[in-house]
Design a protein around this ligand. Structure first.
Ligand SMILES: Cc1cc2nc3c(=O)[nH]c(=O)nc-3n(C[C@H](O)[C@H](O)[C@H](O)COP(=O)(O)OP(=O)(O)OC[C@H]3O[C@@H](n4cnc5c(N)ncnc54)[C@H](O)[C@@H]3O)c2cc1C
Length: 328
């Protein structure tokens, strides 16, 4: 059995959770086994069908009011007995703050291998689970196996796999467990969830993205776009070519080989719309394209297109936004 630990944000499943479920589905198919998802939290019944649609065979709601907010001690106390009983081949969780906080504790208690930040988990020819993760700052990938380990623990880097189309006809067996927890014994607890800083938020989680391409003409153009992003409270992304030129950090380029994003609004400035870039933005709710070339392919998937020079449009937009906030 492959077990996935699901995470939620504002009572919705996070995209990295769905990526883990889909990755686990592929591994489980390769091993002819099942995918079991543990969903810790409170009043999350509505989320089971989405987990099934992305590949879960069984969903267990680990239900307790004390799990409404994350606590590493709380998750360990609630999940360890269930995992011990299930003894899965692989425990997969998003490479998130939560996963990084509690999974190492479980690995230490079990003396089990934990491979964090994987970009892929696959089944090798000899039916061994192979874990692939970047090393040397992403310059190399290493492929790991853990022979002889009872249970392998792994976290999956967000935004690499992307989330596929849900199959709503899929159903999962649903169970509910109420763990016996003593919240006063938790040594850590979250007080509240604060909104993320758009400048540092992982692009795969960003709600608003301002993105730039070679049309920015250089690092000064990227700086101008960063100022617009700050004004809008948006995250800054771009194409691979501007990251390759060093105008943008590597972790902020979008596309097949970069981040897969799903914001409410994506605005692309000076981006032609190559297939490798577009495949990273198709889950965006609304796409706006700004380009001097009216035949640029990005226009073909955009909800709104502006044919014009970004070096005139961006300063004008910033001025108008400034005027608006000044008028309030
Ligand atoms: C194996 C492989 C994987 C790849 N993976 C990715 C990936 O994951 N993500 C990715 O992004 N790319 C990826 N690429 C690169 C991709 O093929 C394109 O080369 C790249 O996306 C193009 O970037 P761009 O739109 O910034 O540049 P260009 O294609 O050069 O487009 C620049 C655009 O800016 C417009 N422009 C110029 N001046 C202005 C102005 N003043 N105002 C407004 N518009 C202006 C131009 O009309 C043009 O349309 C990959 C390529 C390969 C071979």
């Amino acid at each position: 059995m492959i077990t996935v630990i699901a995470e939620t944000d504002h009572a919705a499943l996070t995209l990295p959770t769905l990526e883990c479920v889909e990755e686990a589905r592929d591994v489980a198919d390769g091993l002819h086994t099942s995918v079991h998802v543990l969903l810790p939290g409170h009043e999350l019944d509505d989320l089971a069908s989405a987990l099934a649609a992305h590949g879960a065979d069984q969903v267990t709601l680990v239900e307790h009011a004390a799990l409404r907010q994350f606590s590493a001690d709380g998750w360990l106390a609630a999940l360890e007995p269930l995992l011990q009983e299930a003894a899965p081949t692989l425990i997969l969780a998003p490479d998130s703050g939560h996963g990084r906080a509690w999974l190492p504790r479980l690995a230490a208690r079990w003396y089990a291998p934990l491979v964090s930040g994987c970009i892929q988990v696959q089944v090798g020819a000899d039916a061994q689970i192979e874990l692939i993760r970047p090393s040397y700052g992403g310059a190399r990938h290493e492929q790991l196996v853990c022979p002889g380990a009872g249970t392998v623990l792994a976290t999956l880097a967000p935004g690499v796999r992307g989330v596929g189309i849900p199959r709503s006809h899929r159903h999962a067996e649903l169970a509910r467990v109420t763990p016996d927890l003593d919240p006063t014994a938790f040594r850590d607890r979250a007080l509240r969830t604060l909104p993320a800083d758009p400048r540092t938020v992982d692009l795969s989680e960003a709600e608003l993205i301002v993105s730039g391409g070679l049309g920015l003409s250089g690092p000064e153009g990227v700086e101008m776009l960063r100022q617009l992003a700050d004004q809008l409270g948006a995250a800054l992304g771009g194409t691979r070519v501007i990251a390759d030129r060093g105008w943008l950090p590597t972790e902020r380029f979008i596309g097949t080989t970069g981040k897969i994003v799903a914001p409410r609004l994506y605005i692309g400035f000076g981006i032609s719309g190559a297939g490798q870039h577009i495949s990273g933005i198709t889950d965006s709710e609304t796409v706006i394209a700004v380009n001097t070339d009216r035949t640029a392919p990005l226009f073909s998937i955009a909800d709104l297109g502006i044919v014009g020079d970004l070096h005139q449009i961006v300063p004008e937009l910033m001025k108008q936004l400034g005027d608006e906030s000044g008028a309030q």
